[in-house]
Design a protein around this ligand. Sequence first.
Ligand code: ZN
Length: 139
Amino acid sequence: MERLSVSTRKRREMVEITSLVAKTAKGSGVQEGCCLVFVPHTTCGLTINENADPSVSDDILRTLEKLVPARGDYRHTEGNSDAHVASTLVGHSVLVPIHKGNLVLGTWQGIFLCEFDGPRNRQVWIKMLPSIQDQPVEL
Ligand code: ZN
């Protein structure tokens, strides 16, 4: 499993990590299968969405902020309950198909780390899941 670091710069932001994941997947040598991308954190998440128009990321963040305001009737005393809730809504992993050693994403899709309690250094773990056909054949 590969463990990558991603630095975030704002409290809430979406950082595109597609090329980082693609490079790691390519470097693994796996030709067919899937790539599991996972963040071991409770106040950030991962999602796949449009990477062509940056206003889409802005809209996602603005909508999440309306749904989960920074201040609310929260019990958690650390002051970052909104970040915990938003990360649960977004989720902590994405699974991307691999074909001929490349990530298979739609034309407009990118993989984003969603920061909800930055700035911080985050870990992104990548586990390659080769398909059975990609395993060496034993004679
Ligand atoms: Zn907390």
